[in-house]
Write a protein that binds this ligand. Structure first.
Ligand SMILES: [Zn+2]
Ligand SMILES: [Zn+2]
Length: 205
């Protein structure tokens, strides 16, 4: 497979509380078009309690762009469920990510396996080990097979430089599909994959 450098499947907006004001939906779209992205996804951090979702969806839909994917990034919880209101899981692009809730490797693995098998999840976000553990090759092969059989994509994440190179090699060998994600939290980061040129090279060669 070949990664398309003109696609970015993970962009944040100012609907969260930690991105700059100029990261508005319309500015994201203008920036993406300025740099010639062919396809891009706005994937704001969501929680089950998020109250801004209708306004977010309205703003995106009103721009009416065919190459713009509407989605969310949601946390994988310790029981493997996804922290996103169920009504938005089905019809939107869902990135499921770990955001530092785990110390126990077996619990992490179990939660990840449940998330991979969730039919409403599209992508596993910035996949990598927690600071307290790494995975064995056997565990990575097992994960790769589960990812492939559940038709999930592993993103190549520029913000966190993840997955680890070794993980990418094992995933690639086992047929995992990838795409590119800037995980942009500012306009200048949109579609910028310079930091992960090493990972891109492994996948594209
Ligand atoms: Zn994330
Ligand atoms: Zn993100």
């Amino acid at each position: 497979m070949e990664l398309n450098l003109k696609e970015d499947y993970h962009i944040h907006s100012n609907f969260n509380d930690h991105s700059p004001d100029d990261l508005s939906i319309s500015n994201i779209v203008h920036q993406a078009e300025k740099i010639g992205l062919q396809k891009f996804a706005i994937t704001e951090h969501v929680r089950k309690t998020s109250d801004w979702i209708p306004e977010y969806l309205d703003q995106i839909k009103s721009l009416n762009r065919k190459n713009l994917i509407v989605g969310f990034e949601a946390k994988i919880l310790p029981d493997g469920s996804i922290n996103c209101p169920q009504e938005y899981m089905k019809n939107y692009f869902i990135i499921a990510s770990f955001h530092g809730l785990f110390k126990d490797k077996q619990q992490w693995l179990k939660a990840l396996e449940i998330a991979i098998q969730n039919p409403d999840v599209n992508v596993i976000g910035h996949l990598g080990p927690e600071t307290t553990f790494n995975l064995t090759e056997d565990e990575l092969v097992h994960l790769a097979k589960l990812i492939v059989s559940n038709n999930k994509i592993v993103e190549i994440n520029a913000k966190y430089h993840l997955p680890l190179i070794e993980w990418v090699k094992i995933f690639k060998k086992n047929g995992v599909k990838f795409h590119l994600s800037s995980d942009a939290h500012s306009l200048s980061e949109i579609g910028n994959f310079e930091k992960i040129s090493d990972l891109i090279e492994i996948i594209n060669n």
